[in-house]
Design a protein around this ligand. Structure first.
Ligand code: BES
Ligand code: ZN
Length: 635
């Protein structure tokens, strides 16, 4: 279900690079785990090739933002004051920027000398600032450009209420540098505060920090994030937003038109936080709120600390897509407390989070429910592995990206689902009790810090493998991490609730009919399993009958719409064209639209896909256009 977009197109972008690399192993580094002749040593953290920062010389510890939101010019304008800690002999502070207009840089001693280096198309421009040992605070006056890649500026027409403009940022993976000059690496952490002026009494601002619950008459908002976080988690949203509490430390922000629906949908938030805490320890961020964004948000959800950013496409009306909330909440531990040191270690963020997400869903909905999520994830993983090819280096957990590769283009089900199945493999060998004890200790080991894959392996070896009396070996885990494909040690999956659907699917293949009574007890997931079984051979006639009985073309459940439109395109079932186009034009969620464009190119030809894209592109965030421009050959 998740990021299946990747298997269909990121492959195209990265496959070539992959072919140029070794096809049997992914990452070589001279430590205990890849060089068995070495004696175990403290692994040296790989530096982050996706950042120009040199935190070993001078590191930013705190960012204080003072920004004006200028909707009319699509500009954020103001200052970022950076508190730094420099080595005694440090002469330079190196920051990441992208498309920022820097107007001045000064310290407590007055104006400073700096160089903004030429821009790289992926990494942006290094900002090199001359520093003296006496400098503690550096004030950078700047403004963003309307094209800032992190920021999407929406017209009133692109919101639910159609009356006020909206703005949101998306930092992960390397986009924060397009709206804040910072050391934009997941291995560097800062605390932050902010003063944000929305310049309208109707526009509320929210951040991944302490948040208001009421609009401020003067449009001025203050924020504080006291825990140190990586820059990709600094986030801002502003629009005609209102708040409603769900539980004692949980609540929802949404436009007035959406708020009630959202509060209903996310009623289990409080319970999710307590189940998560029962599993892996105290929630470290005080409050857990969620903001529902306009449909152009390019992801399902983003784990901005204290405030998950979410797509409205999970508002199904029946709480059936709330595993996404469990997922983003789980990141409060895996990702936000314990962070991947570089984007090559991205699986540490997402694999652990999918495991944690499914444990929360199991606690709330039962094991039979979590089993369905697992089986769907297993299907996704297998499709992804087939698309990449099972010897592709892109199917290793530890990646080996070049600086010229945007880490976002390498995101795939591999990090999520192969990462998940590695943890399930470990669990299958040591038992759930030992697994949970290990995970509690893992999150408590060094909270608010980052680690790389090798440090994880060292820790796993010390805590589990070396004490397991051979139940699990280092070589087995290394195969999962450094070898492509899916190891034979992967657990078998099965969902009882799908076994019943499988019988229906088998029957349907010959009868070509599905009776309404058969499906009365089906949840979104049984439906999804059924819809995924439709292929090119199903035929227009059968789709017409299904549509007549179940109104699938007009489903209001985005996951079902997506699966149905895929089947419709595969079979040239043109009766679904109007709602399908509407879905593509209005939804900016990449995991839905990218595979649909890909399929449209295959089945209807490039011009057809390009025509829809022409209408839709203005609704999409950079993350989505960056992917789809490349797919459709658009400059
Ligand atoms: N952190 C990711 C979103 C992301 C990934 C942003 C890579 C930038 C680069 C988020 O937690 C996520 O995984 N979202 C999924 C949710 C799903 C797995 C339940 C999504 O958006 O579909
Ligand atoms: Zn995630």
């Amino acid at each position: 279900m998740k990021n299946s977009f990747k298997n269909r197109f990121q492959f195209l972008l990265l496959g070539l690079c992959g072919l140029l690399l070794s096809t049997t192993s992914c990452q070589r580094s001279s430590n205990k785990f890849t060089d068995k002749t070495n004696t175990p040593t403290q692994s040296v953290k790989m530096s982050d090739i996706h950042s120009y920062a040199k935190p070993q010389e001078a590191v930013v510890k705190h960012i204080s933002l003072d920004l004006d939101i200028v909707f009319s010019a699509k500009v954020l304008n103001g200052t970022a004051t950076l508190t730094i800690e420099a080595q005694p002999d440090a002469k330079k502070l190196w920051l990441d920027t992208k498309d920022l207009v820097i107007t001045s840089i000064s310290s407590n001693d007055g104006p400073m000398k700096y160089t903004l280096h030429p821009a790289d198309s992926v990494l942006g421009s290094a900002l090199e600032i001359d520093i003296q040992p006496t400098y503690k605070k550096i004030i950078i006056a700047y403004h963003t450009q309307p094209s800032a890649e992190a920021v999407q500026w929406l017209s009133p027409q692109q919101t639910a209420g159609k009356t006020h403009p909206f703005l949101f940022t998306q930092g992960e993976a390397i986009l924060t540098r397009s709206w804040i000059p910072c050391q934009d690496s997941p291995g560097v952490r800062v605390t932050y505060d902010a003063k944000i002026r929305t310049n309208s009494p109707d526009i509320m601002a929210l951040m991944s920090a302490s948040n208001p619950t009421e609009k401020a008459a003067d449009g001025v908002y203050f924020f504080e994030m006291k825990q140190a976080i990586p820059s990709y988690l600094i986030a801002l949203a502003a629009g005609n937003l209102e708040f409603k509490g769900v539980g004692i430390r949980t609540g929802v922000y949404a436009e007035p038109a959406t708020l009630e629906k959202a509060v209903y949908e996310f009623a289990q938030m409080e319970q999710m936080v307590s189940e998560a805490e029962k599993l892996y320890g105290t929630y470290a961020w005080e409050r857990y709120d969620l903001v529902v964004l306009p449909p152009s948000f390019p992801f399902g959800g983003m784990e901005n600390p204290r405030l998950t950013f979410a797509t409205p496409t999970i508002l199904a009306g029946d709480r059936s897509l709330t595993n996404l909330v469990a997922h983003e909440l789980a990141h409060s531990w895996s990702g936000n407390l314990v962070t991947n040191a570089t984007w090559n270690d991205f699986w540490l963020n997402e694999g652990f989070t999918v495991y944690f997400e499914r444990r929360i869903m199991e606690a709330i909905q039962g094991a039979d429910y979590a089993d369905m999520l697992e089986v769907l994830g297993h299907q996704d993983l297998n499709h992804t592995l087939d698309d990449f090819g099972r010897t592709s280096p892109m199917t290793c957990l530890k990646l080996n990206l070049a600086a010229s590769q945007n880490p976002d283009d390498a995101v795939s089900d591999v990090a999520y689902e192969k990462g998940y199945f590695l943890l399930r493999f470990i669990e299958s060998r040591i038992g759930r009790e030992a697994m949970d004890k290990f995970l509690v200790a893992y999150f408590a080991r060094k909270p608010f810090s980052s680690l790389n894959t090798e440090e994880f392996l060292t820790y796993l070896d010390a805590q589990i493998i070396s004490k397991s009396a051979g139940k699990i070996t280092l070589e087995e885990v290394q195969e999962w991490i450094y070898k492509p494909g899916l190891p034979a040690t992967c657990i078998a999956v099965k969902a009882d609730r799908f076994t019943a659907v499988d019988a229906v699917i088998a029957e349907f293949k010959t009868s070509k009919t599905l009776a309404k009574e058969t499906t009365t007890k089906w949840s979104t997931y049984e439906w999804l399993h059924f819809l995924r079984s439709l292929d090119e051979t199903t035929g227009v006639e059968t789709l017409t009958k299904l549509d007549a009985t179940f109104s699938l073309s007009n489903s209001k459940n985005s996951e079902l719409q997506f699966a149905w439109y895929e089947a419709a395109i595969k079979n040239n079932y043109t009766a679904a064209d109007v709602p399908m186009k509407q879905f593509i034009v209005q939804t900016g969620r990449r995991k839905f639209i990218a595979p649909l464009y890909k399929l449209l190119v295959e089945k209807r030809g490039l011009p057809y896909a390009q025509a829809i894209y022409k209408e839709a592109r203005g609704n999409y965030h950079f993350v989505a256009t960056n992917t789809i421009d490349a797919m459709l050959g658009v400059k």
